[in-house]
Design a protein around this ligand. Sequence first.
Ligand SMILES: NC(=O)c1ccc[n+]([C@@H]2O[C@H](COP(=O)([O-])OP(=O)(O)OC[C@H]3O[C@@H](n4cnc5c(N)ncnc54)[C@H](OP(=O)(O)O)[C@@H]3O)[C@@H](O)[C@H]2O)c1
Length: 225
Amino acid sequence: MADLSVYDRLDFPVSPEGRPWVFINMVATIDGKILSGERDENVMDLGSPTDHATMRFIESQADAVMIGAGSLRATVGLHYPERLKRLVVSASGTLDFSSKFFTGAPDKAWVVTGSRGVEGVAGRAQTFDAGEPVQWRRVLAWLHGLGVERLLIEGGSELNAALLAEDLVDELFLTVAPKVKLGSGIPTYAGGQPLPREGLLRFSLMSCLTHDDEVFLRYRRTARS
Ligand SMILES: NC(=O)c1ccc[n+]([C@@H]2O[C@H](COP(=O)([O-])OP(=O)(O)OC[C@H]3O[C@@H](n4cnc5c(N)ncnc54)[C@H](OP(=O)(O)O)[C@@H]3O)[C@@H](O)[C@H]2O)c1
């Protein structure tokens, strides 16, 4: 029997004015690390088959999924259901355009980049010129215009941090895998620059499910003042 998601349904509010509802999904060890091996390697062995089924279910609730170029480079063979719009954020534009990420649905794949990347990628994939540095509100407005009401972010650490730093993330899904990795330089759920004490982002717990030794957390951003 196929492994089941811990969720059998997920309700989301109507998206905010002019942009999609944005949610991140990640798996991390008990000590907060998002890697099992090296940073340029995939993490398919970090979560259980139930975590993988849950990840697929969360994907099924999204209109589009966005990842960082580091995650795409690290995950050879990464692919998504054909219906799903998929975006990779890359300043350099240095990507493997033969990967299933692009070839699985060329009309639904975009590189979100700046002018340098637009030039480098030209003719190999669709691009969205998001400026340098990336103007995230512009990216979200463009996606909303494409009909994206629910945008799933699947890491890695740097992409998550970029969106969190601008307070553009509405929900966080986190699977805690019953493992310890160690390492002071190992990426966590979000890297980037630290926020000041008075600027921490607050989230409310929506649900906390368990399956075997894993914990599945869902947090929603508390009302912004
Ligand atoms: N545990 C989990 O759930 C999970 C999920 C996803 C990934 N991972 C792991 O995490 C690692 C990758 O994470 P990472 O933090 O190293 O990389 P990442 O966030 O996936 O990608 C970083 C790259 O994305 C581009 N990028 C991200 N934010 C940008 C911004 N604001 N402006 C312009 N470009 C931006 C840049 O690409 P260019 O270098 O092309 O300019 C940057 O080097 C991999 O090992 C992967 O397996 C774990």
